[in-house]
Design a protein. Structure first.
Ligand code: MRU
Length: 352
């Protein structure tokens, strides 16, 4: 993969489509280096998703959609008579790169549903990928409005993982709400869990908040309960990788503990997602596949082993928060208080 300079853009987007290639900000190097990758092949896209150069459910879906466009171009060149079959096989492999974020499969399903011919395939696929990207940005604008409306002036908030522009097409979901609420003068304090083991909170969320001139205090994940017990925290605001039909929430490991602490200490909880993260085909959170990643993410830090020699690890990178711990589910289709199957089904039917 080649590297290049940071593109200039008013609305910060972590991926930029250039027709012949996708430019992607390498999130593994943030906050200390801003390097952009140039992706020309679907294998490079798969590698970027699998190895976290891009992460965050909506950003993964958008990147995969652009990957499908790149794949179609090469398949048509290399297998003119059989390109569609090979293309579908390549997409099936891409879909396996990260199992929990449903946006990946959702975006690829949208690309596969197009009626393609030999002559129109590239143009139609490119159009659809750009539409997926643009719709995500518009959706996030709506989420920021709806979510910030719920927050009363003078509030203190805690967030977990990274749900800002980097995790989406632009703007962000939960962090988009926090940024909007800050800009509206509603927030007193913003706390961010550092988010072990990959440190999306201290590396990415703190970086994004600084870009918006929003002061933020990073806490270790284990401090969340004590923060809520010892200071007044009004809201815990998070995103999700997938919402089951009953409102259960799959999100970055540590979300469940923070949600339990919020319930115990009277902080309200808000989960902010695009509808593309809602999986009505999965009845409850317990059916959502939870990605397990390499032990080394837990046992090492910055490439240096910190755990005792011979120690092994258990590294599920998501957890499932039961719906009864969610006070508000914010989507572009509407805001649901105390989500459950009945309310989500009604919302799915309303606009679906
Ligand atoms: O492993 P990651 O960094 O892809 O996990 C990201 C999260 O868990 C986010 O909270 C979630 O995808 C929502 S992003 C808007």
């Amino acid at each position: 993969m080649q590297q290049s300079e940071t593109p200039q853009d008013d609305l910060f987007q972590p991926m930029i489509w250039h027709g012949s290639h996708l430019q992607l900000l390498d999130q593994r190097l943030l906050p200390h280096q801003e390097q952009w990758l140039r992706l020309e092949q679907i294998e490079q896209v798969a590698d970027a998703i699998k190895n976290l150069a891009v992460r965050g459910a909506p950003a993964i879906g958008i990147t995969a959609a652009y990957g499908a466009v790149l794949a179609a171009r090469r398949c048509q060149q290399q297998y003119p008579d059989d390109w569609h079959r090979v293309w579908l096989e390549e997409l099936a492999e891409l879909a396996q790169t990260r199992p929990t974020a449903v946006n990946l499969r959702w975006a690829l399903a949208r690309m596969q549903a197009l009626e393609l011919s030999d002559s129109n395939a590239f143009a139609l696929l490119e159009q659809e990928a750009i539409a997926i990207h643009r719709e995500d940005i518009a959706c996030n604008q709506q989420l920021a409005r709806s979510g910030s409306d719920l927050i009363q002036a003078g509030s203190s908030v805690l967030t977990h993982c990274n749900t800002g522009p980097l995790a989406t097409g632009a703007i962000g979901t939960a962090l988009g709400v926090i940024i909007a609420a800050w800009q509206q003068g509603r927030l007193k304090q913003v706390f961010a869990d550092e988010t072990r083991p990959w440190l999306q909170g201290s590396r990415l969320t703190a970086w994004e908040l600084a870009r918006h001139q929003i002061p933020c205090q990073v806490i270790i994940d284990g401090a969340a309960a004590w923060l809520m017990a010892s200071q007044s925290i009004d809201w815990l605001i998070v995103g999700a990788d997938r919402i089951a039909a009953n409102g259960d929430v799959a999100n970055k490991i540590g979300t469940y503990s923070a949600m339990l602490a919020a319930r115990a200490h009277g902080a309200r909880t808000m989960v902010v997602v695009p509808w593309s993260s809602v999986d009505m085909a999965t009845a409850t959170g317990m059916q959502i596949p939870v990605e397990q990643r390499d032990d080394s993410e837990v046992l090492s830090l910055g490439g240096q082993r910190i755990a005792a020699t011979d120690a092994a690890a258990w590294n599920p990178v998501f957890d499932i928060t039961p719906a009864h711990l969610v006070d508000f589910l914010v989507t572009e289709r509407g805001v649901i208080a105390k989500p459950d199957t009945e309310k989500l089904t009604a919302l799915a039917k309303a606009d679906g």
